[in-house]
Design a protein around this ligand. Structure first.
Ligand code: FAD
Length: 433
């Protein structure tokens, strides 16, 4: 084990975000008594990629993350902390034409069927899709096909993060935010072991074990030797009328790898979130991750909270309009509101980086979310706790090991073109004239 007992002082950097708050929850549930969360913002952190009205989740991502994904949806619908935020409306994972992705989805369908799963179906035509999703009646989706999964849909992300934070506090987790929660540097003893975190106001938080779960900021704070590359993804919303919102209550979640995704409008507000699908944008700048002695050029997230007038690149707006044109033509021309960029960090193989830093003993890395980790909120922290307690299987240990040298040359974390840099696209930096 990485700590001697349950009274060890464990500090979680980024504990107001997805992986960090899940880690705090699971450690507290296992009886750890001395957990200190540090974050720039109080949970749910304004900078967390999970601070969003909704995220896709479901029981169809078999085998992902060493099989952990199989347990995630189960936890969403059974764990009392998460259950209120899971919307089991069904989920469509679609593609256009007979490409590699269609083959991949079909293989997944066959595999799930082979496991005796009756909640999945293969959608081989636009008509089949429209039978599951009548709200796509007017959609121009000829040639689309893909996987239907009845167990899944979406989760109310921000509310779930808040619920985790409340439960953590109830279980005795302590939290510091603002200047006293903002990581500045690590403190090492004479043997090179991490013994604490110095934060922006100069406070040193001493710990027996430090967990770095700072999402897209992780590689900027601590040198991860190019294993994680942070990128922005895009969202915008349409305000539906109460009547429209009511009519779309319970619609299944729709994802298409070319056009993007959307799900049920947010109950209460009628906000319909729309995301395009693309390899993400980098934001190259100079930074000096600990313990480097000079600046390096890397992709550095640009916090939407600190740059609230940032909008989205023109080309992303066009992509989102294309999604509307294709799938929701009756909403064409509606204003796109609450546009923004949110930041994740990709590994080359889209698996987490979840291990002790080999050069900084006492520092556990819980990052490399690769853009698909919100659905894992109920379970990811249990894996971090297993790592700390030396209970991870060899398979998982291998999957999430320290693996420098490759970085993320393919951009998306799962192959595909190199991402563009924000400096090469127009329209997003509305605060500059
Ligand atoms: P975060 O949740 O971002 O947490 C990082 C934390 O670190 C934040 O709280 C931040 O404040 C803190 N931090 C930063 N700097 C410091 C510092 N100096 N000191 C202290 N703390 C610091 N996933 C899904 O599963 N399903 C989806 O449908 C889905 N859709 C998405 C749509 C968009 C537009 C985006 C951008 C992402 C989406 N994701 C989705 C991905 C998912 O949101 C992320 O994988 C996940 O939230 C990342 O979790 P994390 O804990 O690594 O980072």
């Amino acid at each position: 084990p990485l700590v001697s007992d349950k009274h060890a002082r464990i500090i979680i950097i980024g504990g107001g975000g997805t992986m960090g708050s899940s880690t705090a929850l699971h450690l507290a549930r296992r009886g750890y008594t001395n957990i200190q969360v540090l974050d720039v913002w109080e949970s749910p952190s304004n900078d967390s990629a999970g601070n969003d009205i909704n995220k896709i989740a479901g029981a169809d991502s078999i085998g992902l993350f060493g099989g952990v994904s199989d347990e995630a949806w189960e936890a969403w619908v059974t764990d009392p902390i998460f259950r209120p935020y899971a919307h089991n409306v069904g989920k469509l994972d679609l593609t256009v034409g007979s490409n590699d992705r269609a083959a991949h989805l079909n293989k997944k369908y066959e595999k799930l069927r082979g496991l005796g799963r009756t909640d999945v179906d293969w959608m081989d035509s636009a008509d089949a899709i429209k039978r599951k999703a009548p709200h796509l009646e007017q959609a121009d989706i000829t040639g689309w096909q893909g996987l239907w999964c009845a167990n899944g849909g979406w989760v109310a992300a921000r509310q779930a993060l808040s619920a985790v934070a409340v439960e953590c506090r109830r279980l005795g987790v302590k939290c510091a935010s603002g200047e006293s929660g903002t990581f500045r540097t690590l403190v090492l003893d004479s043997s090179g072991r991490c013994t604490g975190v110095e934060v922006a106001d100069g406070t040193i938080w001493e710990g027996d074990l430090i967990v770095l779960a700072a999402g897209a900021w992780s590689p900027v704070l601590v040198d991860l030797e190019g294993q994680c590359e942070s990128k922005a993804w895009i969202y915008a919303h349409i305000q539906l009328t109460p009547e429209e919102s009511q009519a779309w209550k319970g619609i299944p979640t729709m994802y298409n790898d070319l056009y993007g995704f959307f799900m049920e409008p947010q109950p209460g507000t009628g906000l319909l979130k729309l995301c395009n699908e693309f390899p993400g944008y980098t934001h190259m700048a100079l930074a000096r991750p600990f313990p480097l002695q000079k600046d390096i050029r890397m992709s550095v997230p640009r916090s939407h909270t600190r740059h609230p007038t940032d909008t989205i690149p023109d080309e992303s707006r066009e992509d989102i309009k294309q999604l509307i044109d294709k799938c929701l033509p009756h909403l064409r021309g509606r204003p796109l509101i609450n546009q923004g960029m949110c930041w994740c960090t990709d590994t080359e193989d889209a698996n987490w980086l979840l291990c002790e830093h080999p050069k900084l003993p006492g520092l556990v890395l819980a990052t490399g979310d690769s853009g698909h980790t919100f659905k894992m909120l109920p379970v990811v922290g249990s894996e971090v706790a297993d790592l700390i307690e030396d209970k991870l299987s060899d398979t998982k240990r291998h999957l999430w090991r320290w693996r420098p040298g490759a970085g993320d040359p393919n951009g998306t974390g799962e192959g595909g073109p190199r991402p563009k840099d924000l400096s090469d696209v127009e329209g997003w930096r509305s605060e500059t004239p």
